[in-house]
Design a protein around this ligand. Structure first.
Ligand code: PGA
Ligand code: ZN
Length: 431
């Protein structure tokens, strides 16, 4: 048995989609006589949860304080401790990284440095075995079932991702009514372009927000849904059959003094629930993410209790891909789905543990990009194994399409089934 050994780590900065620097780590592993290299580029959020692992920034003059030279230096420190080690067990590699950092939220070395190393090593090891990364992940998830994931595509941007007055951050289309992944992507692209035309016809801007969705100057979530419904119909698809709608409210971003600031007015959680109720009864809502603030557990409980059998209630900022927080959610009947972001927790193995914990307790998991992204497409691989949803923005702009395009490659070369068919027959309750 020839086990892969770490021979080098090289970290550099590259630019993300908001023109901020981010860390790319290259890992070099040796197996038999050969050296294998692969890399990972760490993404970066804007509506970050209070309890996320820390993204280390230099806070100096360069890049308006957002430089990542400290994180890059910390990768050299990590190399000093991992050089010539066996790196074929992601749990052992990540345990070492967590120990080297020594903090509870990866604030010493930085989650950007640690995650870069964790994922780059795993990808280089997969390469040394000559297996695609999505199949290599099976070693650690113990799931050998692969599907192309159901995308949630953010085609209208609001909240902190856009310059308009929409309080809710994301309005997504979910192409559930398609037999295969490539048709789902084709139809979604058609809906995106129909929406563009409809917005233009309404004299609204077709400039886009951080995740490639349009950012028209509107304020009402009902208006946003109406436009999306019109775009689905204009493209010749059926609302509530071919396409559903998902929302990411990102409510922590408009929670102030125990009230939610909705359409410029402070309202109670009960009044906000009324808004959700109206949306759910008016449109085919598939999921609502972060309907309440990350500390407002009571409202989450109340809403989950009422709607858990009807829609997916997705925890992002409240869970931050953190096992303890997901456990608290499970014990308190909060949400029924978990958004999964690698850099919220900071290692690949902790991410996989979070997915497994959620799955074991009947919570769906959705692999997610960040609003600050790059051409890196690793999350596409993660979304085909043990977690069959992906949230990675509009079907536009290369930092979003890099994920869809990688899935199209997997579709064409490995012929995986699209998860929508299986999901619909097992879970979807149509009213
Ligand atoms: P973020 O947004 O990457 O800015 O946190 C994505 C989300 O809230 O899901
Ligand atoms: Zn979110």
């Amino acid at each position: 048995m020839f086990r892969p050994i770490l021979k080098d780590l090289k970290a550099i900065w590259v630019l993300d989609s908001r023109s901020n620097p981010t860390v790319e780590v290259f890992a070099y592993v040796q197996r038999k006589e050969d050296i294998f290299v692969d890399s990972f580029i760490v993404p970066s959020g804007a509506s970050t949860g209070e309890f996320e692992a820390l993204e280390l920034r230099d806070n100096e003059k360069d890049f308006h304080g957002k430089g990542v030279n400290k994180a890059i230096k910390n990768v050299s420190f990590i190399l000093d401790h991992l050089y010539n080690n066996y790196v074929d067990n992601i749990f052992e590699v990540d345990k070492k990284l967590i120990e080297l950092d020594g903090s509870s939220n990866k604030s010493n070395l930085g989650a950007n440095a640690i995650l870069g190393v964790s994922v780059a090593i795993a990808k280089a090891v997969a390469k040394s075995y000559d297996i695609p990364f999505f199949k290599y992940l099976s070693f650690w998830t113990n799931s050998y079932e692969y599907y192309l994931p159901i995308p949630m595509m953010n085609i209208i941007n609001g909240g902190v991702h856009a310059d308009n007055d929409l309080d809710f951050q994301e309005f997504m289309i979910v192409p559930l009514g398609f037999e295969d992944f490539s048709n789902a992507i084709k139809a979604s692209s058609e809906v995106y372009n129909s929406l563009k035309k409809i917005l233009k016809d309404n004299n609204l801007s077709v400039s886009v927000g951080d995740e490639g969705g349009f950012a028209p100057k509107i304020d009402s979530p009902f208006k946003a849904c109406e436009f999306i419904i019109a775009a689905i119909e204009k493209s010749g698809y059926k609302v509530g059959k071919d396409f559903y709608i998902s929302l990411d409210v990102a409510a922590s971003s408009f929670f102030k003094d125990n009230k939610y600031i909705y359409l410029k007015n402070p309202i109670t959680h009960k009044e906000l629930i009324n808004v959700y109720e109206k949306l759910i009864s008016s449109y085919p809502i598939f999921s609502i993410e972060d309907p309440f603030d990350e500390n407002d557990w009571e409202s989450w409980k109340e809403f989950t209790n009422k709607y858990k059998d009807k829609i997916l209630i997705v925890g992002d900022d409240i869970f931050v891909t953190n096992i303890e927080r997901i456990e608290k959610g499970i014990n308190n009947n909060v949400a029924n789905a978990v958004l999964i972001k690698l850099n919220q927790i900071g290692t690949l193995s902790e991410t996989i543990k979070a997915i497994s914990l959620a799955n074991k307790n009947g919570y769906k998991t959705i692999i997610s990009h960040r609003s600050g992204e790059t051409e890196d497409n690793t999350i596409s691989h993660l979304a085909t194994n043990n977690s069959y949803f992906i949230k990675t923005g509009a079907p536009a702009r290369s930092e979003r399409n890099s994920k869809y395009n990688e899935l199209l490659r997997i579709y064409n070369f490995y012929n995986l089934n699209y998860y929508a068919t299986s999901y619909k027959s097992n879970y979807l309750i149509t009213s």
